[in-house]
Ligand binder design. Structure first.
Ligand code: NAI
Ligand code: MG
Length: 360
């Protein structure tokens, strides 16, 4: 049989994006070479804030159509000190996620072996924190509806309108229930703020109830987002799969990553579950200006992201093997400063590559 070849579009972007994406590609190439069961071909797209400063746009004419030819997109981060964040985010990341209908943003969180999480209770029982957060990724509070009137006047007014469609909630909710159903504990927590936000999030609750009927084996409950922060900190073992709106899940997933040890280890997948478009995989963190060029950025978030990308490409064995190697390395104490260690980006990468040669 012929080996499958996956074509990957890499968009390293800004800041530490290029540093972590190049280490991610090194590790993926090593894994493919050692396993010999599939091939990966990378093409690089230099869409970034530098590109924007030169050409006035982040994505060139026809760029989106070009991306559709790939099996997956491997993305770093976007954001530069001299471009307003709302311009960079909307012109690149959201300009990909929305038209490619990456409506499910998936964020697994658990305590990797050898990592000491900040809470003593979780450090003692690391298995208590094992979650996957499903974030609505195309509408809600980040729908992009709003505007400014009387600009610069003392009576200036700005609106930011959250959009919730029955269709958008339903497809996401179904994906969340399916995710919960595939996990050992089959539990889903539906997060809202449907006491204060009395339209969109009441619809969210109603749709959850309707979709939930299709999944009698999934045990689900509801939580208001403010109370959810408390539950995540004090009773992590009561949670498994979590579904929330674009804004709420954005915030909860940074909290989740910190509770598991660091934002530097957390992966995220922007999925089009219909597979009509290639999905996009990125570490959760941003371009981290404070770390650029220092060689200290944690590459583990990108490695875990690479494993999630392989899983989506249905290369389960490779994905599991890569996670095993990453955790063998974190367990040995080869860790970057954000995890209390003193290894640099390159050392962690080298160790993971050596581990792949030993284990895979
Ligand atoms: P950030 O994630 O870049 O940094 C937050 C903190 O985490 C910083 O102290 C940073 O040093 C640390 N950190 C981040 N990644 C790390 C890593 N791999 N290893 C070790 N430490 C790490 O978030 P911030 O500072 O809010 O945003 C910086 C820029 O990134 C902004 O322009 C923002 O808009 C953009 N951003 C882009 C995202 C994306 O492209 N998906 C996501 C989040 C922010
Ligand atoms: Mg975020």
């Amino acid at each position: 049989s012929t080996r499958p070849v996956y074509r990957i579009a890499s968009i390293p972007g800004d800041g530490i994006g290029p540093e972590v994406i190049s280490t991610g590609i090194t590790v993926l190439k090593k894994l493919a070479a050692v396993l010999g069961t599939f091939d990966l071909q990378f093409d690089h797209f230099d869409w970034s804030s530098d590109y924007y400063k030169k050409y006035g746009r982040y994505i060139p004419e026809g760029g989106l159509e070009e991306l559709k030819k790939y099996n997956a997109i491997f993305f770093g981060a976007v954001g530069a000190p001299d471009v307003p964040d709302h311009i960079s985010l909307w012109s690149l990341r959201l300009a990909l996620v929305q038209p490619l209908q990456h409506y499910a943003n998936v964020r697994p969180t658990r305590v990797l072996r050898g990592i000491t999480p900040p809470l003593t209770s979780t450090a003692t029982n690391p298995q208590n924190l094992d979650w996957v957060i499903i974030r609505e990724n195309t509408e809600g509070e980040y729908a992009g509806q709003g505007g400014r009137t009387h600009v610069g006047q003392p009576w200036e007014v700005a609106t930011e309108v959250a959009i919730f469609t029955r269709h958008g909630i339903e497809r996401l909710m179904r994906f969340a229930f399916e995710t919960a159903q595939k996990r050992k504990r089959k539990k889903l927590c539906v997060v809202t703020k449907s006491n204060a936000q009395r339209s969109g999030l009441v619809l969210w609750d109603e749709v959850a109830k309707i979709v939930g009927r299709e999944f009698p084996d999934v045990e689900w409950d509801k939580m208001l987002v403010d109370a959810m922060t408390t539950r995540m900190v004090l009773h992590p073992e009561t949670l498994d799969t979590i579904v929330a709106t674009n804004l709420h899940a954005d915030i909860l997933s940074d909290l989740a990553a910190s509770l598991a040890g660091s934002i530097g280890i957390a992966p995220t997948s922007n999925l089009d579950p219909t597979r009509a478009n290639p999905s996009m995989f990125e570490p959760i963190h941003g371009s981290a200006f404070d770390l650029v060029g220092k060689g200290t950025a944690n590459p583990v978030g990108t490695f875990w992201t690479a494993a999630e990308m392989l899983r989506w490409l249905e290369e389960e064995t490779a994905a599991d093997g890569l996670m095993e190697c990453i955790e063998n390395v974190t367990e040995r104490g080869v860790r970057t400063a954000d995890l209390g260690g003193n290894a640099g980006t390159e050392e962690v990468t080298r160790e993971v590559c050596e581990e792949i040669e030993r284990v895979c």
